[in-house]
Design a protein around this ligand. Structure first.
Ligand code: ADP
Ligand code: MG
Ligand code: ZN
Length: 555
């Protein structure tokens, strides 16, 4: 059977081999077992049910959540010479009737249906007349309230299956691998002793980058302008931000489109089509954009904001490079993003239990944004994929030879000082108070009586001011407009003061200084080499200190 499947893969799709998980899933389905296939976005789930559909005697019914998704698939199958059709709400009664007759007469291999159809008794009645060999449930996480795209009509699938005269093989597919979702899919779809196949989550062609402290708008403008011929997606957290980024790029003459839930259905499908057919290069969108798109040549995905959790992040980032060619995934992190996501959770109608679960997932996302670990390894670890522990060598962590240092204590001192100074002063005055400076202004306001006066006296005022600037760039602090900007605490700073959030900074590894003393340069260099070898990353440079240079020139 499997060799036959391989032949079909070559014959219809032109691919010479299955990807690892595909083979296992197809083998399980062909053996007549219910199967749950978990693969990352772009992993190739469609082929896992399309190839068995060609081998089965009867019809394969595919439950798919979006009309656009069905349309794309049916068109693609048609182009490959595989007879397929879909039944959805855009069809007239006559068209539905004709499609069902085609299915009855064995003229179709695959029939795509929206889950809502399965609720209709009339439809169930008609399907009972058909010889359904397999039901494939695409985007199966939609059945779970724990998933990120819960669709109540997915719960109609199990009763529908029970209503059939002969139970077909059921195969479910998703990119979401969390235990709750897995459990729900198997339970709510009433899979019978399913074979669960989880394939590797590694996407070796993706370059993952997390950038903190960037000016997001400037970065996006530069990036998009440097990649004008490549299709890309920019995800933003809110409609408002989508509109802003869209306008910004449009004014720069970029062929840009937008997509969010505030637009009409027609506007959205027009934007999606334009992107699919390369009439626009860049799509700026909320997370409403995605599940339905299957554009294989997206070269980059930029997250203007941190997404709500790792599942959402990897699914969205994974839309780059589905064709296996390189894709760049860039997340522009700002501390404000944490508050936005918290706000969304707080505002949601979720039960307290669900809310606390969402908070936990958000925390994993935040941790990921701060991890000094290889990002690819961190993702694989999160998804419980034990392989691929090797650092990728291409992500922003692997390429970064800086160290992450915890600056929470310093940040707390700074925030508390600003608070006590009633947020009415600029960076240099705040730095002066923390340093314990006796400048006239400081004494005049009697800031020398504050408990935070001089608490950072071991650092220079310049160092303190630099730290404050870092905290501004990271969004913990804001600067007022005007000639003499004053530093204000942002909400993120309060979380830090309450000890609920830690603050990290990336700093260059201190260059090692060598000085030539009586024991000679070679002995020093030998020790230096030893020390370099003991560090996990060797700095690319060795800096000679001033005194060394002086000594060297004297010799
Ligand atoms: P998913 O539904 O898992 O996100 P798709 O089924 O849309 O992924 O497949 C993603 C891409 O991978 C498609 O362009 C598909 O043609 C391609 N693909 C799938 N299987 C193979 C294979 N065995 N060899 C090469 N390309 C494949
Ligand atoms: Mg898919
Ligand atoms: Zn890496």
């Amino acid at each position: 059977m499997l060799t036959q499947a391989q032949q079909l893969l070559k014959q219809y799709y032109g691919y010479s081999s299955f990807r690892p998980g595909q083979e296992q899933i197809i083998r399980s389905i062909l053996a007549g077992r219910d199967t749950l296939g978990i693969m990352p976005t772009g992993g190739g789930k469609s082929i896992c049910y399309q190839v068995p559909a060609l081998l089965h005697q009867g019809l394969t019914l595919v439950v798919s959540p979006l009309i656009s998704l069905m349309k794309d698939q049916v068109d693609a199958l048609g182009a490959l010479g595989i007879p397929a059709a879909s039944i959805n709400s855009t069809l007239t009664g006559t068209e539905v009737g004709r499609t069902l007759r085609d299915a009855e007469n064995g003229r179709l291999r695959l029939l795509y249906v929206a889950p809502e159809r399965l609720e209709s008794e009339w439809f169930r009645e008609r399907v009972r007349e058909l010889n359904v060999a397999m039901v494939a449930v695409d985007e199966a996480h939609c059945v779970s309230q724990w998933g990120h795209d819960f669709r109540p009509s997915y719960t109609a699938i199990a009763p529908f299956l029970r209503s059939l005269p002969k139970r077909p093989i059921v195969a479910a597919f998703t990119a979401t691998a969390t235990p709750e979702v897995k459990h729900d899919i198997a339970g709510l779809l009433e899979l019978e002793r399913p074979e669960i196949v989880i394939t590797g989550f590694a996407r070796d062609n993706l370059g993952l980058h997390i950038l903190r402290g960037e000016n997001k708008r400037d970065y996006i403008t530069r990036y998009v302008q440097a990649h004008t011929h490549q299709p890309g997606i920019i995800y933003a957290a809110t409609r408002r931000e989508v509109e802003d980024v869209y306008e910004m790029l449009r004014k720069k003459g970029v062929a840009v489109g937008k997509y969010h839930a505030g637009m009409t259905d027609d506007e959205r499908s027009a934007a999606q089509e334009a992107f699919l057919y390369d009439d626009i290069r860049v799509m700026v969108a909320t997370n409403a954009f995605g599940m339905g798109i299957d554009k294989s040549n997206v070269r980059y995905v930029i997250h203007h904001n941190m997404p709500k959790n790792m599942e959402a992040y990897y699914q969205e980032a994974g839309r780059a490079g589905r064709d296996g060619e390189p894709g760049e995934c860039i997340l522009l992190f700002g501390a404000q993003d944490i508050l936005t996501q918290k706000f969304f959770i707080e505002q949601s109608q979720l039960s307290p239990e669900r809310k606390s679960n969402e908070y936990k997932k958000l925390q994993s996302m935040v941790d990921f944004c701060y991890t000094p670990k290889c990002l690819r390894s961190a993702i694989l670890q999160y998804f419980g994929d034990v392989e691929g522990e090797e650092p990728c060598g291409t992500c922003s962590s692997c390429k970064d030879d800086r160290e992450t240092v915890d600056i929470t204590i310093e940040a707390q001192k700074i925030f508390s000082c600003i608070k006590r100074m009633r947020e009415r002063f600029g960076i240099s005055t705040v730095a002066g108070v923390l340093k314990g400076s006796a400048a006239k202004k400081i004494l005049e306001y009697r800031f020398n009586e504050l408990p935070t006066y001089g608490v950072m006296r071991n650092q220079t005022e310049k160092e303190i001011a630099d730290l404050i600037n870092v905290l501004v760039a990271e969004g913990y602090l804001g600067l007022s407009e005007g000639q003499y900007p004053t530093v204000k605490l942002q909400e993120g700073a309060l979380e830090v003061l309450q000890g609920r959030v830690s603050v990290y900074q990336k700093v260059s590894r201190k260059p090692l200084a060598v000085s030539v003393g009586d024991d000679g340069l070679f002995e020093r260099l030998r020790l230096l080499r030893k020390e370099l070898a003991s560090r996990d990353k060797v700095p690319p440079y060795i800096v000679f200190s001033d005194s060394t240079l002086r000594e060297m020139s004297e010799q």
